[in-house]
Write a new protein. Structure first.
Lengths: 267, 266
C-alpha cells in the first residue's frame, strides 16, 4: 500500500500536465466546429465518398468519415486523444518498471520485506489507474466540450465507445513498454524501442488508410483496430476487443516473468 | 575537438536508426504509394463525370493539382517532418543532458576547457548529425523523383522544399536543448522526444482542421511547409522569422543557463 501511495505522489505532476494537454486538445479542437452539414444530405455525401479509392480519401484527410457531422468531426479529435493516451501509456509503462533503476534507488526498495512481484504489481496498478483516469478525463472533457456547443445531435454512446477503444488500445502499449523495460538491460533502449514501435504503428496506420485490401495489415496496426467509421455506427468489433485483451495479457505475463529474474545493474 | 568527436561517436547509432527511418518513409510513400495514388486519377475522373455539375465544379478544378507529384510530396513531408522533429529533439536531449543523466557533470567541467566551448562543441556535433541526415534525405528525395514517371516540376523547388526538413529540425533541436538544459531530471530521452514531436504534430493537425491562422505560430512543424514553396517558390517570411526567434531564444537561454548553472551533486 505504501508503494502504491508513493507511486501516486510521484506520478501526480506529470499526470496534471498530460491532463492539461488533453483539455487543450479537446476544447480547442471542438470549439471551432460549427455544424455545417447537420441534416438531410449527410448520407448522400457518405455514399458518394464510399465510391472513391481509399488513397484519395486518405489524402483529403477523410478516411471513411464525414467531417461535416458532429460525430465525424469528433472522431478526428478522438484519434489525436488516442495518440496522446498511447504516448502517456508508454511513459507510464516504462516508468513503472525502470524508474528505480534510473534513479538508482532499487537497492533501497528491493531490500524491503516485499517481493519483487508485489512491488511490480503495485507499480503497474498505479500506472493503470493513471491511465484509466486519463481516459475518464477524455470522456468528461468531450462531453463537456460538446454540451457547451449546444447541438441537437446526440453522440453520447459514440463518445463512450471512443473512450473505451482508447483505453483498450493504450493498454496494449502500456503492457508492451513495461515488457520491453523488463526484458531489456538498458532502460533507455527499452524506451527508445517502445517509442519507435509506436511511430512505426502510426506510419502503418496512414498506409492502412491508403491501401484497399488491408485486412491482414490491420492486425499490426492497433491504432486502427477500432476505426472511426465503425464506432460512429455504434459498433465495436468483438474480435479486436479480444485481441487487445490478449495482447495486453501476454505482455503483462512477459513483464512479470522477466522482471522477477532481472539482473539489476549497478551502474 | 575531443568533446566534439566523442559526442559524434555516441550519436552515430541513433543517427543511423533515424536516417534509415526517414529515408524508408520517403521511399515507401513516394515510390510505393504515389503510383497507386496517381493511377486512381482516371477512376476518379470517370466517377466525377457521373456527379452533378455543382460537385464537379467544387472538386474537378484542381484534379491535376491534387494528383501532382508536389501535392503528394507535401502530404508525405508532414510525416517526414514528424520523424525529423522527434529525431532532432532526441539528439538535442541526448547531447545536452548526457552528463546530467549519468551524474558526471563534475568530470567534464573540471577539464581544462571552458563551459562555453563545451556547449559549442556539443551544439556543433548535433548540427553535424542533422546536416548529414538532411544531405542523405535530399539525395533520396531526388532519387525517388527520378524513379517516378511524373517528372514535371522544377527540381530546384523540390530541393528547396526538402531543405525545410533541416530548418524544422533546427527548431526542434533548440526546443530539445532548452528542455535538456532546464529540466531538473531527465529519465527517458526518447519518451520526451516523442512527446515533443507529437505535440508539434497534433498542433499542426489542429491548425489544419480548425483553419485558424493563429495556431500556426505555435505549430513548428508548419513553419516550413512545402506547399508554399511549390506555389510561391519560397517559404513564408513571417513563419521563417518566428522560427528564427524561437531558435534564438532557446539557444541563447540554454547557453546562459548551461554556462552559469550550479552543478547538482545528487
Amino acid at each position: 500500500m505504501n508503494i502504491l501511495k508513493r507511486e501516486f505522489k510521484m506520478g501526480f505532476k506529470p499526470f496534471i500536465l498530460w491532463g492539461l494537454g488533453l483539455f487543450f486538445l479537446v476544447f480547442v479542437g471542438m470549439m471551432k466546429y460549427t455544424g455545417i452539414g447537420d441534416g438531410a444530405n449527410n448520407s448522400d455525401i457518405t455514399a458518394l465518398m464510399e465510391k472513391f479509392p481509399k488513397v484519395v480519401l486518405a489524402l483529403m484527410g477523410v478516411a471513411g468519415v464525414d467531417l461535416t457531422t458532429l460525430g465525424g468531426f469528433y472522431s478526428v479529435i478522438a484519434y489525436y486523444a488516442l495518440i496522446c493516451a498511447i504516448i502517456y501509456a508508454i511513459y507510464l509503462g516504462n516508468n513503472a518498471v525502470s524508474r528505480e533503476t534510473i534513479d538508482k534507488t532499487y537497492e533501497f526498495l528491493f531490500t524491503k520485506p516485499c517481493s519483487r512481484e508485489s512491488i511490480l504489481i503495485n507499480k503497474l496498478i498505479a500506472g493503470e489507474i493513471f491511465l484509466m483516469i486519463f481516459c475518464l478525463l477524455n470522456y468528461i472533457f468531450s462531453v463537456m466540450a460538446i454540451s457547451t456547443l449546444n447541438f441537437s445531435e446526440n453522440i453520447q454512446i459514440q463518445i463512450v465507445l471512443f473512450t473505451f477503444s482508447i483505453f483498450l488500445v493504450s493498454n496494449i502499449f502500456f503492457a508492451l513498454s513495461a515488457f520491453l523495460s523488463a526484458a531489456m538491460k538498458h532502460s533507455e533502449k527499452s524506451s527508445l524501442y517502445s517509442n519507435l514501435c509506436f511511430l512505426f504503428v502510426f506510419i502503418l496506420g496512414i498506409v492502412f488508410d491508403m491501401i484497399e485490401n488491408s485486412k491482414i495489415l490491420k492486425f499490426f496496426v492497433p491504432v486502427k483496430y477500432f476505426t472511426s467509421k465503425e464506432i460512429l455506427e455504434k459498433h465495436m468489433s468483438l474480435t479486436y476487443v479480444i485481441i487487445c485483451v490478449l495482447l495486453t495479457g501476454i505482455f503483462s505475463y512477459g513483464t512479470f516473468n522477466k522482471f522477477s529474474k532481472k539482473d539489476l545493474m549497478s551502474k | 575537438m575531443n568533446v566534439y568527436l566523442f559526442e559524434l561517436k555516441l550519436q552515430i547509432k541513433s543517427f543511423l536508426i533515424w536516417t534509415i527511418a526517414i529515408i524508408s518513409i520517403v521511399f515507401l510513400f513516394m515510390v510505393g504509394i504515389y503510383p497507386i495514388f496517381f493511377g486512381s486519377m482516371d477512376e476518379v475522373q470517370v466517377m466525377l463525370n457521373n456527379f452533378p455539375e455543382a460537385f464537379k465544379a467544387a472538386f474537378g478544378v484542381g484534379l491535376t493539382d491534387f494528383f501532382s507529384y508536389s501535392g503528394f510530396f507535401s502530404f508525405t513531408f508532414s510525416y517526414i517532418a514528424l520523424a525529423g522533429a522527434i529525431m532532432a529533439s532526441a539528439h538535442a536531449i541526448m547531447t545536452f543532458a548526457r552528463e546530467k543523466r549519468l551524474l558526471c557533470t563534475e568530470f567534464i567541467f573540471t577539464k581544462p576547457k571552458s563551459r562555453e566551448s563545451i556547449f559549442t562543441a556539443k551544439l556543433l556535433s548535433s548540427l553535424t548529425v542533422l546536416a548529414a541526415t538532411n544531405v542523405l534525405f535530399i539525395i533520396s528525395v531526388i532519387v525517388c523523383y527520378f524513379m517516378s514517371s511524373q517528372r514535371n516540376m522544377e527540381i530546384s523547388e523540390l530541393i528547396l522544399a526538402s531543405s525545410g526538413l533541416f530548418f524544422t529540425q533546427l527548431v526542434f533541436l533548440s526546443l530539445g536543448m532548452f528542455f535538456a538544459v532546464f529540466a531538473r531530471k531527465i529519465r527517458s530521452i526518447s519518451g520526451i522526444a516523442t512527446a515533443i514531436g507529437f505535440t508539434g504534430f497534433i498542433l499542426s493537425a489542429l491548425e489544419g482542421i480548425l483553419e485558424e491562422e493563429k495556431i500556426r505560430f505555435i505549430a513548428p512543424l508548419k513553419y516550413f511547409e512545402p506547399t508554399k514553396v511549390f506555389s510561391d517558390g519560397k517559404f513564408e517570411l513571417k513563419y521563417v522569422l518566428t522560427a528564427c526567434v524561437v531558435v534564438a531564444i532557446c539557444v541563447g537561454a540554454s547557453y546562459i543557463r548551461y554556462c552559469k548553472r550550479d552543478v547538482i551533486s545528487k
